[in-house]
Design a protein around this ligand. Structure first.
Ligand code: SAH
Ligand code: SF4
Ligand code: F3S
Length: 468
């Protein structure tokens, strides 16, 4: 009998993308085979996000679309996991009775067992408040985060260094759906990166909700994140180390020094601002002032050559006044971001901010502020992109551009996307490094001229693609 096939659709952040890789790992270990085609897959898994309301709506839309398909194929199974599943639990089956399995963020690896259970005895919902001790034991004492992953790309890998979040930002649902911070031991992480490097991975991205508090739950001795950056950067074969996200309140001088002194650490810092108003920052419980944020940013820029800085900003937090918003514009202009993810405040069930209903900002006011912020961010982004023209950048090649297969794309250390056309028409293999002269700048990417391919990838096999 042909093995059952699975298709995973992922919503949300990089952490969820990486969870999907681990989920794929556990399904493959259970004898299933990945497919790119949702229509024919025997098992369709949605790994969901609930960070903002539109994330919920998007997902329920996709789920609704599968109803007819599920009805026409009795053997097919639909599973829903991840953050929204953790938040909504039973509600998912109430809204979509064609779902076979619902699991949360703490029992990802139970998915194969739950699928089998559902095939034998009908729909199952299993949401846990924390990881089962026996599940950890079954994994040789390892945290779920350490499970073998079916990685999408053979030359670049995500590594989860910490699960959950110990902060309590007033708007944020993450601590409720992901639990408290649990760090993975440093030696385990360094070994994992070593093994990835051995398989030809040259770029790693360290993932956590607040990476600079990494290790706080293991020891109070010293800032472990700085040590981790240095150790991972020293692993033979690792040319690029990225990380996301650091929290501004915990960005310590030791981390900045480790970034500056570790050659492999990329020249990019994603430092979420959220708001430039002290009153709003305090209501958000972010633990820093605008001045403190700018000081830390200045320290990072002073220590690290040619640093690109990106951020997250929320517009329309409850009670945000015109003056508060003006301060956000001023800080954004001063910070001179390379790009910013800007979000409209979305009340999330159970969060402190959701209870501030009497102070919600009018949707029209928010829309107007959002637009003004976009203009300010684009001004500095354009300026900083244009300043790259004429420079020679080392680019890690990612593959052909989605729009035009004759154009190659890659990323610089600053994490800027570069499009370039190889003069001989032959695209360097994904995972190659190349020197590219920047010849043009657009809002979201640079264009360039290939000077030389400086190294080719050493990975041997293309790891099966986990469908998205
Ligand atoms: N741990 C990360 C953030 C993860 S969520 C950090 O602290 O940097 C990614 C971004 O989504 C946040 O930085 C915030 O800007 C945005 N966000 C989170 N909750 C939101 C909400 N309720 N409404 C609007 N934006 C939100
Ligand atoms: Fe959410 Fe704040 Fe934790 Fe980030 S640091 S995940 S915004 S609670
Ligand atoms: Fe990520 Fe969304 Fe969960 S942003 S942590 S997948 S709520």
């Amino acid at each position: 009998m042909a093995p059952r096939t699975f298709y995973i659709r992922t919503f949300g952040c990089q952490m969820n993308e990486h969870d999907s890789e681990r989920l794929a790992g556990s399904l493959v270990a259970d004898g299933l085979v990945a497919t790119d085609d949702m229509e024919t897959a025997d098992v369709v898994v949605f790994n969901t996000c609930c960070i903002r309301e539109n994330a919920d709506n998007k997902f329920y839309g996709h789920l609704g679309n599968l109803k007819t398909l599920r009805e026409s194929r009795p053997d097919m199974q639909i599973a829903v996991g991840g953050c929204l599943a953790q938040m909504d639990g039973e509600e998912i089956r109430r809204r979509a009775g064609h779902v076979d399995v619902v699991f949360g963020t703490h029992n990802l690896t139970r998915a194969p067992a739950l699928l089998r259970q559902a095939a034998a005895a009908g729909p199952v919902v299993e949401i846990l408040d924390e990881a089962l001790p026996d599940e950890q034991a079954a994994n040789g004492g390892q945290l779920v985060a350490a499970l073998a992953a079916e990685r999408d790309v053979p030359y670049s890998a995500w590594v989860n260094i910490q699960m959950g979040c110990d902060n309590s930002c007033a708007y944020c649902i993450v601590p409720a759906v992901r639990g408290g911070e649990v760090s993975r031991p440093m030696d385990e992480l360094v070994a994992e990166v070593g093994s990835l490097a051995g398989r030809g991975v040259t770029e790693v991205t360290l993932l956590g909700q607040n990476v600079n508090s990494y290790g706080r739950d293991i020891t109070r001795r010293r800032p472990l994140f700085a040590d981790l950056l240095r150790q991972v950067g020293a692993v033979e074969g690792i040319r690029r180390v990225r990380f996301t996200s650091p929290h501004p309140k915990d960005l310590r001088p030791e981390t900045i020094a480790a970034m500056a002194e570790t050659e492999a650490v990329c020249n990019h810092l994603h430092l979420p601002l959220q708001s430039g108003s002290d009153a709003v920052l305090s209501a958000m419980r972010r633990g820093y002032s605008a001045e403190r944020y700018l000081e830390r940013l200045a320290a990072a820029r002073a220590a690290i050559d040619d640093l690109a800085v990106t951020t997250d900003i929320i517009v329309g937090f409850p009670g945000e006044t015109d003056e508060d918003f003006e301060q956000t514009l001023a800080v954004a202009a001063e910070a001179a971001y390379d790009s910013a993810y800007t979000f409209i405040f979305s009340p999330r069930p159970g969060t402190r901010a959701a209870a501030m209903e009497d102070r919600f900002v009018d949707a029209e006011v928010i829309a107007e502020r959002f637009e003004r912020l976009r203009v300010v961010v684009e001004r500095t982004a354009d300026h900083r992109h244009r300043a790259r023209i004429g420079r020679v950048e080392e680019v890690m090649v990612e593959g052909p551009s989605k729009r035009d297969p004759a154009v190659a794309t890659g990323r610089t250390s600053q994490n800027k996307l570069v499009h370039f056309v190889p003069p001989d028409g032959r695209l360097p293999a994904p995972g190659s490094y190349a020197d590219v002269e920047v010849t043009g700048a657009a809002r979201h990417h640079l264009t360039g001229r290939l000077l030389a391919v400086t190294s080719r990838p050493s990975h041997r096999v293309r790891i099966p693609v986990t469908a998205r």
